[in-house]
Write a protein that binds this ligand. Sequence first.
Ligand SMILES: Nc1nc2c(c(=O)[nH]1)N[C@H]1C(S)=C(S)[C@@H](COP(=O)(O)O)O[C@H]1N2
Ligand SMILES: [Mo]
Length: 258
Amino acid sequence: MSLLANRRGWLRAGLASAGALVLGACDKITSDPRSIAFLQSAEGLTRRAQRLVVDRKALAREFTHADISPDFRPNGSIDPTDADYVALKTKGFSDYRLVIDGLVERPLSLSLEDLRQQPSRTQITRHDCVEGWSSIGKWTGARLGPLLDQAGLKKTARYIVFHCGDTLEQTLDGSGQYYESIDLIDAYHPQTILAYAMNDSVLPVSHGAPLRLRVERQLGYKQAKYIMRIEAVEDYRHLGRGNGGFWEDRGYEWYAGI
Ligand SMILES: Nc1nc2c(c(=O)[nH]1)N[C@H]1C(S)=C(S)[C@@H](COP(=O)(O)O)O[C@H]1N2
Ligand SMILES: [Mo]
């Protein structure tokens, strides 16, 4: 089993007991051999899982302008043919509204201009696709955390779901529409943004116009493009085929940490 898969196992174990988690109460575990026995104890397991969750607040590496890939590869949907999306695109996305609803006190409906007025962040990061390629790009967008605070998450909200405008696979039951979900740790991570610009230009259609997610501590398939609606939920099992995302419904891990 790969180190990454193992890490995810640990993390799952940690999240399963998330009710008992106190973020920030992170004890250092050294490479002292005496701590190995501790690690294997039940308490050690909890501490280690907890530490990995705390580590999730760390920033993803950022790069310089010189590192930007001249040919950032577009992948998956690159020009959606869904009628609603085509209608928006034809009008230059002037009718676009991002809806933020679900378990929130104040549902929001935001135009692109509204989104550009929000607290923003720019970052140059590496995108890693599970297919085995990486590209470095510069992203600018509205930080997700402050937007969720404006909407006011209800106490029962545990996940943030991104409903996309593209159907990646034609299925009879509609389960081929792209969607993704993240937890609140990633939603409030400072590098988690709703990007409307890429490499200092308006986000192109191939990369998810008018709005796409950048959640920099995770793999490519979590980076939802063509975001139409953001929904706060308690659980995601009622969506798609129940696993929290288009690719998760086809066998990929829900937590795709890097
Ligand atoms: N809506 C939507 N989002 C998506 C996809 C997609 O097909 N549709 N593909 C995913 C995958 S597998 C990757 S690697 C990245 C590709 O982003 P890019 O086109 O900007 O390279 O988008 C992700 N987000
Ligand atoms: Mo990907």
